[in-house]
Design a protein around this ligand. Structure first.
Ligand SMILES: Nc1ncnc2c1ncn2[C@@H]1O[C@H](COP(=O)(O)OP(=O)(O)OP(=O)(O)O)[C@@H](O)[C@H]1O
Ligand SMILES: [Mg+2]
Length: 258
């Protein structure tokens, strides 16, 4: 049986009177590629915020690689192997493509290795390794020739890809992608699907993806979870989800007549 690497139990989050996430359950197994879908405001991004330590749960527990992470900080989640991208792109707009990736790597490298090693031989050696890693990631995502361009000058699709590279730079075990294809044209969306499949295979990463584009979800995910008003209303294969009356009702309200 494949190992469960992340487990959320009875997870809940209230913002004042709003129950953004309610009694949410999730078990992630290594190398899974899961879709998380649901109407606007269903609580999808809040689930990612909870599972990456960006917000603390009101109820329930989170266990990652056998460790209880409930109430821990974002840096603890990062150290446990979690990386994520944001629905609203968060890049260092006035820095170059490669600086953006390097700074994300330094954040995690500083934590792991480098404290107080500035300008030593070992630091310089590490720096060289990091730069080679940046270039190899940029190559994979076809951004190497834009390594010296400012992030602000990239197309929207390139900015989304750069966000994913930044997340990968921290060597995560589990990657949460919040609407990675938003704003991309269909060709860019297809290319993104291919890339996610490739990196999932190459790095053996477990991926959870929030995505409104059902073509992307159908192409990529073996399992899809559906949220509505903070609650998990369905979980199944993409085909089962497409055929579910409960899911159609959530998306279309009472507007179903065929
Ligand atoms: N920091 C916050 N403070 C107050 N309310 C919040 C906060 N974050 C989310 N909410 C509320 O929680 C609910 C779920 O929001 P969330 O952003 O998780 O939904 P979503 O499924 O990601 O929606 P979308 O598809 O529009 O991105 C919404 O009612 C939202 O207004
Ligand atoms: Mg969202």
């Amino acid at each position: 049986m494949t190992e469960v690497i992340l487990e959320a139990r009875n997870l809940g989050k209230s913002f004042g009177g709003v129950r953004a996430v309610d009694n949410f359950q999730m078990e992630l197994k290594r190398s899974e590629l899961i879709g998380l879908i649901g109407p606007n405001g269903a609580g999808k991004s809040t689930v990612f915020n909870l599972l990456s330590g960006a917000v603390k749960p009101t109820d329930g527990s989170i266990n990652i690689f056998g460790k209880d992470m409930t109430g821990k900080k974002m840096v603890d989640f990062a150290q446990a192997g979690i990386a994520r991208t944001f629905q609203n792109i968060r890049l260092l707009q006035e820095q170059t493509v490669s600086e953006n990736v390097l700074s994300a790597m330094h954040k995690s490298a500083n934590r792991h290795l480098f404290t107080n090693l500035f300008h030593t031989k070992s630091y310089k050696k590490q720096e060289k390794i990091l730069r080679e890693k940046v270039d190899s990631l940029l190559q994979t995502f076809s951004l190497l020739e834009k390594r010296d361009e400012l992030a602000v000058n990239l197309s929207y699709g390139d900015q989304r890809r750069l966000e994913i590279i930044r997340a990968l730079g921290t060597d995560p075990e589990i990657l949460f992608l919040d609407e990675p294809a938003a704003g991309m044209n269909p060709a860019e969306g297809k290319e993104l699907v291919r890339l996610i499949e490739q990196l999932q295979k190459e790095y053996n990463i477990t991926v959870v993806l929030i995505e409104h584009d059902m073509d992307v979800v159908m192409d990529l995910c073996k399992r899809v979870m559906v949220l509505d008003y903070g609650k998990l209303i369905f979980s199944g294969t993409p085909q089962e989800v497409m055929e579910s009356d409960a899911v159609r009702l959530a998306y279309l309200g009472d507007d179903i007549d065929d």
